[in-house]
Design a binder for this molecule. Structure first.
Ligand code: MTE
Ligand code: MOS
Length: 760
């Protein structure tokens, strides 16, 4: 077969691997500037109250303390721009959660700054905290947001819900709950701000969204955007946790640098990061399905509530995604979804890989299994009857396009996992170890969709240098997911330049227009298309030169990745470097800017109907578990996880994304259990908050299906988050199939399993 792509679709070595493996990569805490000072944050020690006084006199006397600042020292606006703009940089009159920043110490080293922070004394008038979403929604609860504590609500109405349930032969309903999840990125949040001679400021740091940080600094300092430069440094993971809150860290450190006129570093300890930074929202989901005897689901109703914590930040968008996907990846004619993000006096929740979907998926994919059992139809068959296919309609009445390889994803996963065989095997009665298999499927709208369509765009700048090497600037950030490698492959493919020649520069707000956030698995699609646009412009000029060198006035130019040739004489080739040299001599412009905007999408706020996203990724996961019913310990033996992503630009990187997502989802299912008392996190460290270790990792079999999206670069959709959505529920379903204990809560700790067993 003729291979028509040179590097796209190949598992080339990722281009950030050498420095990361050798340890020469520099993370924010590795940087130092002359005369640099250190910041530390003074945080609230109560969950809800009025600030009566802030006493800094003792702290200020400590040797090495340069200054201490509070809200009144902010020259600009005291909030960072994020949807409802309700999160202050520094608390003014009241505090709404334990860990909320109140003041900032700046000192000659971090230990002194930390010590001084302990000696800032705050007098509070404590108020009753709202710790529970149900209480928060009651009339008589204290109000910490608006008149009802509701940060955002949505409704989706499709068909006629009452009629739908009337037509149903079987109805199932249940309530599911999920806990917080901590991002557990390798590198805690941190930034350095460096004042500039023109009164401006440059900020370096670990982050997903440099343009959000840019806006935040303009807000707090009240200076123009062209005096601010934000540079992302090599980032030790984000997973959504470095989407909104880096704006807070950057605002703080910019304020300190601006007021002291010195470079300042502010890097969080892990404990601070636990207390102060965003988390995955705890979810509470009431869900009901109605089906005909033959398995066709005719009605679905969901009431979905997220615990938003003290400030809204990203809750409206996380809730929106969760709402759109709340009834699962099924074609259901009658749907009613009502959803709420509710304010409580706890740490504000934000984005986390999957963005409101893992919570909803736990509910709908558990209930599908319950429905299957009641209908006496296999869980697989029930899904096959109802799942989305090309041209079927989602809950928002969005028509699925032909980029839908869902059927293939499911069949491959079923085949590779031997799901049906394991499911049909009965466990021996006397054995304490029970084996089971569980299935969960999902769809995932790629990009920001109708909920954030005005910022779904991206730019790129590309330049071929004298020696033929290429530099590229994009606005999306490398978080470990491999976007720089993917971008290099796309550019290399289009230009005909060897892959090794291409370098993606560290994202910098002065180099590329605002390209939106690095979230919603949008980078390959958005930045990929922007780079494609830029590269195509340059390639056109290269092709003109190649034709000239072949003495042709027209014709199609091909590349084998290092040489160009034309179809009429494929034997004769000209090396890339030779063409570039000629272009330089002839003063051809070998640079271009690229731009991409997402397809139009829409959403009616009254009915929730419309085209929510331009494209969807489809996924299916089977988990095989062994459960010890005496100890309640679950061992995950194997996970097969499949994803239709349009096109794998780099298959190995895609597999790595699937493996990483599966592991995060496994932790979410079994061990990651944040414990709060009176709104205070009791286990703010990895000693008490247990993420999977290498010993807990099962055999993982990633499956990639490529059903091309016509607007995606080489047909690609998006993958980043999809692997985190289904495995946790597949594990929960597997536990049920192994033991007969159905958990309605995540994580399924041994204690919960034993409790279920004792109830039985
Ligand atoms: N993979 C690694 N290694 N590190 C990360 O921080 N973040 C995830 C996912 N995969 C993340 C990751 C999240 S939450 C998102 S939205 C996507 O990557 C973002 O990258 P993409 O747009 O390139 O998919
Ligand atoms: Mo990912 S949660 O969209 O940063």
């Amino acid at each position: 077969m003729k291979k028509n792509l040179n590097v796209v679709g190949e598992s080339v070595l990722r281009n950030d691997v050498v420095e990361k493996v050798l340890g020469t990569a520099k993370y924010i805490d590795d940087y130092k500037f002359d005369g640099m000072l250190y910041g530390f944050t003074v945080r609230s020690t109560i969950s809800h109250g009025k600030i009566i006084s802030i006493n800094i006199s003792k702290a200020k006397k400590i040797n090495g303390v340069v200054n201490i600042f509070t809200a009144k020292d902010i020259p600009g606006k005291n909030f960072f721009p994020m949807i409802l703009n309700d999160y202050p940089f520094l608390a003014e009159n009241k505090v709404l959660f334990y860990g909320q920043p109140i003041a900032l110490v700046v000192a000659t080293n971090q230990e002194i700054a930390k010590e001084a922070a302990k000696n800032v004394f705050i007098e509070y008038e404590e108020l009753e905290p709202v710790l529970d979403i149900h209480y928060a929604m009651k009339k008589n609860s204290p109000k910490i947001f608006g008149s009802d504590n509701i940060l955002r609500k949505y409704i989706i109405k499709k068909g006629n819900i009452d009629q739908g349930f009337k037509e149903a032969d079987v109805i199932v309903e249940d309530v599911f709950e999920t806990n917080y999840q901590v991002h557990s990125y390798l590198e805690p949040n941190g930034m350095i701000a460096v004042p500039q001679p023109d009164g401006g400021i440059t900020v370096y740091g670990t982050m997903q969204c440099p343009f959000y940080v840019h806006d935040a600094i303009a807000n707090i300092l009240n200076i123009y955007h062209n005096k601010i430069r934000v540079v992302q440094t090599t980032t030790g993971g984000g997973f959504g946790g470095k989407e909104d809150v880096p704006s807070l860290v950057a605002g703080h450190v910019a304020l300190l640098a601006y007021l002291t006129k010195k470079p300042v570093k502010l890097v969080y300890t892990r404990e601070e990061d636990f207390h102060g930074m965003s988390k995955r929202h705890p979810g509470y989901i009431e869900i009901k399905y109605g089906a005909k005897k033959n398995g066709k689901i005719v009605a679905a109703k969901v009431r979905y509530i997220l615990d938003g914590g003290a400030f809204a930040t990203l809750s409206p968008i996380v809730l929106w995604r969760g709402t759109v996907h709340a009834v699962g990846p099924y074609d259901i004619p009658n749907v009613l979804i009502e959803s709420f993000a509710v304010a409580t006096n706890k740490v504000p929740c934000g984005a986390f890989r999957g963005f409101g979907q893992p919570q909803a998926t736990f509910a709908n994919e558990s209930l599908i299994d319950i429905l299957a059992e009641k209908l006496k139809i296999s869980p697989l068959k029930l899904r096959q009857i109802n799942m989305l296919k090309p041209y079927s309609r989602t809950a928002t009445n969005d028509k699925i396009s032909n980029s839908c390889g869902f059927k293939k994803v499911l069949s491959e996963v079923i085949k590779k996992s031997k799901y049906e065989k394991i499911l049909s095997k009965k466990n021996e009665n006397l054995s304490t170890i029970k084996t089971g298999a569980g299935l969960a499927i999902a769809f995932y709208g790629v990009g920001l969709g109708a909920g954030g369509k005005y910022i779904d765009r991206a730019g790129a700048y590309l330049q071929i240098q004298k020696d033929g090497t290429v530099i590229i600037s994009i606005g999306n950030t490398e978080l470990g997911q491999g976007v720089f490698t993917v971008i290099s492959q796309i550019a290399s493919e289009i230009l005909g330049a060897p892959y090794e020649f291409v370098k993606v520069l560290q994202p910098d707000t002065t180099r590329v227009p605002d390209s939106g956030p690095t979230v919603a698995s949008r980078s390959t699609l958005m930045s990929g298309n922007a780079v494609l646009d830029a590269a195509k412009q340059v390639r056109e000029r290269i092709d003109t030169m190649v034709l000239k060198l072949f003495n042709k006035s027209k014709g199609k130019v091909y590349s084998n990745g290092k040489e160009y040739f034309i179809s009429t004489n494929p034997e004769k080739k000209i090396h890339y470097l030779e063409v570039i040299k000629k272009c330089f001599v002839q003063r051809i412009n070998l640079s271009a800017t690229g731009w991409y905007t997402g397809e139009d999408v829409s959403f009616d706020s009254e009915t929730g109907q419309g085209k929510a996203y331009y494209s969807y990724t489809f996924s299916a996961t089977v988990a095989i578990v062994k459960v010890n019913i005496l100890t309640g310990v679950v061992e995950v033996k194997k996970i097969v996880s499949g994803h239709d992503i349009g096109k794998a630009i780099n298959p190995k990187l895609c597999e790595a994304q699937i493996e990483g997502g599966v592991i995060q989802s496994l932790g979410y299912a079994l061990t990651e259990n944040l414990v709060l008392k009176n709104g205070i996190i009791l286990n703010p460290s990895f000693a008490g908050y247990l993420i999977p270790t290498s010993m807990d990792i099962p055999e993982i079999i990633p499956v990639i299906v490529e059903s091309k999206y016509s607007k995606g670069p080489f047909g690609a959709k998006g993958l980043g988050e999809s692997p985190m959505i289904t495995p946790s529920t597949a594990i929960a379903n597997a536990i049920y199939n192994a033991t007969g204990f159905r958990t309605k809560k995540l994580p399924v700790t041994p204690e919960i399993l034993l409790e279920l067993k004792n109830k039985k």
